[in-house]
Design a protein around this ligand. Structure first.
Ligand code: ATP
Ligand code: MG
Length: 175
């Protein structure tokens, strides 16, 4: 199978989004930081990727970018929604790993989405149809111990604005 075949299940990220390689957790954190810098109230970022690919690292970068203490951002074990205030925007960090879709209503999920903050969702597949239609999809793939492929794609006009702002940023430029 060649590279084109292996990617045929989804459109090439560079049509609308970014296709990046992160060489360290700091690199991934910086991407989160830049997303946060350009985010507007109500934006949603979904972080797709297997265990240990760097979703929480990226979420920590988002906190830094909003001016929130990054030490507060951890991989929640039983806490599904963490709210962080005191930054440029309220930051809602959801980790749906342990969630059944039927439980979503009791997590504060809808309030978070409606409250005009920036929402970052780990394990967004757990939300099924409830996932907001217009969101930035960030996909993290393990390539090597400290190397991740990271694609960033918008799914609607709101998220397109954020991805375009990111693209205009130095990190987002394709080398
Ligand atoms: N380029 C990289 N980007 C992000 N993390 C990296 C990178 N290289 C190594 N790492 C390491 O990979 C780990 C990623 O852990 P993290 O908790 O962010 O994963 P996760 O995707 O949130 O996992 P989980 O699904 O369990 O929540 C960290 O230990 C981090 O230091
Ligand atoms: Mg995590």
């Amino acid at each position: 199978m060649n590279a084109a075949d292996s990617n045929s299940s989804r459109p090439p990220a560079d049509l609308a989004g970014l296709d990046l390689v992160s060489h360290s957790s700091l690199h991934t954190e910086r991407l989160g930081e830049r997303l946060a810098t350009h985010a507007e109230a109500g934006d949603v970022i979904a972080l797709w990727g297997e265990l240990g690919t760097g979703k929480t690292v990226l979420a920590r970068g988002v906190a830094i970018g909003l001016g929130i203490d990054e030490d507060a951002v951890t991989s929640p074990t039983f806490i599904i929604l963490r709210e962080h205030f005191g930054g440029r925007l309220p930051f809602y960090h959801l980790d749906l790993y342990r969630l059944e879709q039927s439980q979503l209503g009791s997590t504060g999920w809808e309030e978070a989405l409606d409250s005009g903050g920036l929402t970052v969702i780990e394990w967004p597949d757990r939300a099924g149809d409830l996932l907001p239609a217009d969101r930035v999809d960030v996909r993290l793939e393990h390539v090597a111990e400290t190397k991740r492929r990271v694609t960033v794609e918008p799914t609607g006009p709101r998220s397109r604005r954020l991805v375009e702002a990111l693209r205009a940023d130095a990190f987002g430029e394709r080398q």
